[in-house]
Write a protein that binds this ligand. Sequence first.
Ligand code: F0G
Length: 350
Amino acid sequence: MWKGLINHYKEYLPVSENTPALTLHEGNTPLIHLNTLSKELEIDLYVKYEGLNPTGSFKDRGMVMAVAKAVEAGSKFVICASTGNTSAAAAAYAARAGIQAIIVIPKGKVAAGKLAQAYMYGAKIIEIDGNFDEALQIVRDISENTSVTLVNSVNPYRLEGQKTAAFEICDGLGSAPDILAIPVGNAGNISAYWKGFKEYNAKKQTGLPKMFGFEAEGAAAIVRGEVIAHPETVATAIRIGNPASWKLAEAARDESGGKVAAVTDEEILNAYRLIASKEGVFAEPGSAASIAGVLQSVENGSIPKGSRVVAVLTGNGLKDPDTAVKASTVDMISLANDEAEIRTYIEGLL
Ligand code: F0G
């Protein structure tokens, strides 16, 4: 039985006999080959489907570590700013560990599924008229002046947990892919994957991928080289204008010979519909930025034909039902409660 990250990867993680054996059985997510898109793009394309973690996003990998270490240090409260997924994970692992999560979120900009999770897991929820970057500044300040532990990705244990996804990809493929495509918001995850690939390579000679990060165009601070005061994108998960791990993300890009590029909301929504309708894989819009980036990079030649590519799908599509309904091009057919009428309609399709 899979017993979660702390159990499985303890030799790679900063854990001791005093670290609680916290788990919701996170990690060990599927690496799915995208058959149709691979053929169309003439590459070998896989997705790391992080939406199958216990709270539906990759944040569980980092949060199990951050909360376990907070409990080990005697903390009774954890706090984070969030666009939604971090807060869902913090709330779940805090509940599991018997401590309290406090979350600060941008009002009106958190997808419905993520908000529902925060309520159900029993977080103290504070919404502000401000964006993620402003919320992060507030919780950073508060955690410095109180006994509350900060569990955003500036907490180093978060990246430690998240790096394990790179291990799983190397184990799944037998080595690192040529290119790792990943959405970039606060830039913690791209930094964690790069750390993971380097550590696994040092231990097991699994090789190193080129790191391709993708920001939403309306929030592309790293691409533009400047803080964006008012970031905007349909992909609310990555609606971030001043990424905390900016420097680490640039290091991942430069050391790996990769790139950080921007994808438009239109490209994101196109990729979002494409992987659901052509591959049966439903990921939230922020996640689809990685696929949008792959499509763009094949088109402009920065991903050569024949490359083995892994795109990280960071969150489950069910997180954001409102965007799914709005972005869908499928019309509901309303018919009478009548078998003959329904049969006539279906025969028209055949
Ligand atoms: N994809 C999803 C679904 C996310 O929720 C996030 C970040 C990212 C990608 C970007 O990852 O920040 O490490 O570059 N969500 C954070 C949150 C900010 O609060 O849930 P990153």
